[in-house]
Design a protein around this ligand. Structure first.
Ligand code: CU
Length: 200
């Protein structure tokens, strides 16, 4: 019942707005620059959209949840499943837990020039992880799994730093990764964790 008058009112407001816009005098030169600016904005938005589509960049709404209070009971993030694991297809997954004030495991060995999938969880408060010289920089929010795929281009020692203030010991919160030449790296002898459906 209320929709018709509302629709008419909205239509009237829109018509008034259009009339006002038409009444504004816009100089030709100004119009040219407005058009150029709009095209530049459209170009940038287009580039971002296409890039996100081809690189599989997802909005933060694509979340994977986990119970931070019972990580030790969770199959995927139980202590024996942490660290580097290689599956039958040769894909490497690294599971790490952040807690005040360290990353667990404290040290891992990974191969250089190889795609590595890191899965991070927090056992207590909000943490962050930053590995200089890589694209690894994310928040580790309690209750969520942060997954990032990265590649270390060169062998060497890489620090793993917490970049979210998490308490008095925040500045001691670090860990390190030894990146080993691809041909010298040996896969750890561990049975792969069953990922996916066991996050409750
Ligand atoms: Cu921290």
């Amino acid at each position: 019942m209320q929709t018709e008058p509302l629709k008419a009112k909205c239509g009237q407001v829109f018509r008034n707005f259009c009339a006002q816009v038409q009444a504004i005098h816009i100089d030709q030169l100004e119009l040219k620059w407005i058009t150029i600016s709009m095209l530049v904005i459209a170009l940038f938005v287009g580039i971002i959209t296409i890039d996100a589509f081809f690189h599989g960049v997802n909005p933060p709404s694509k979340v994977e949840t986990i119970d931070s209070a019972s990580l030790h009971l969770n199959k995927e993030f139980a202590e024996e499943n942490l660290g580097v694991q290689i599956d039958d297809k040769g894909d490497i997954t690294i599971r790490m837990v952040a807690g005040r004030y360290s990353f667990f495991p404290k040290h891992i060995n990974v191969p250089a020039e190889t795609s590595l999938t890191f899965r991070w969880v927090s056992m207590d408060v909000l943490h962050g992880v930053h590995i200089p010289m890589t694209n690894m920089s994310t928040m580790i929010v309690p209750g969520y799994v942060a997954e990032i795929t990265t590649t270390f281009p060169k062998p060497g020692e890489y620090p793993v730093l917490c970049n979210e203030y998490c308490g008095l010991g925040h500045n001691h919160m670090w860990s390190n990764i030894s990146v080993i030449a691809k041909e010298d790296w040996k896969a750890p002898v561990k049975s792969p964790a069953k990922g996916g459906s066991n996050n409750e």
